[in-house]
Design a protein around this ligand. Sequence first.
Ligand code: SF4
Ligand code: FES
Length: 233
Amino acid sequence: MEISLSVSRSTPKRHFEEFTIPLQKGMTVLDALIYAKENLDHSIAMRYSCRMAVCGSCGMKVNGRPMLACYTQISELKSNRIKVEPLDNCAIIRDLVTDFAEFFSHHKSVHPYLIRNDVKEQDNPVKEFLQKPEEVEKYLQYSYCIKCGLCYSACPTVAADKEFPGPQALAQAYRYIADSRDEGIQKRIDVIDTAHGIARCHFAGTCSSVCPKGIDPAQGIQLLRRYTLSLKR
Ligand code: SF4
Ligand code: FES
């Protein structure tokens, strides 16, 4: 059996190119692309590394939906016609490779690491910072983020406002604010509670529906919004 793989190419101008791929059991969209690149056209540009939904680098639109190519089996798509395109909301570098500079700059802006006031303790640690299971539960799902950018590409607010940090960065802000060991709340609030910040989210929920790791960034944004409102009371 064969499938038809339609690949978005960016040069000389944007167009689709069709490849016929012999289907194998368990074949993923990434396997099909690798087959096309190795056997039919070496010039197809795509990004991948781990092939196991860990590195977050193979995100692309598959039949119109943001997905990880390595984590999507052809059999799941229930079609022998597959169309792959670069993710939305990011500039195209070439073919399926997009520029994540803005995405990572938003991620960096929310200080995605634990911030502590006791610098002395950080330099010369003398104790552990223990947490109860219920404290870990508050942020655990957000710590599974692989920074694949699928939620960012699916977000209608990001499409309209490039200064909006996006679901990934906001969910990460919540991940650290909700961590009982963290003391960097104000630094993050200054970044996210602005005219282009959390108030811009209108809860379309597309971010959560495309996340391959089962994270619910929309919920993180809601919790973050509740938290910032409670600070104003
Ligand atoms: S929240 Fe999910 S979709 Fe968004 S970057 Fe993280 S893993 Fe990817
Ligand atoms: S290749 Fe690493 S997530 Fe797909």
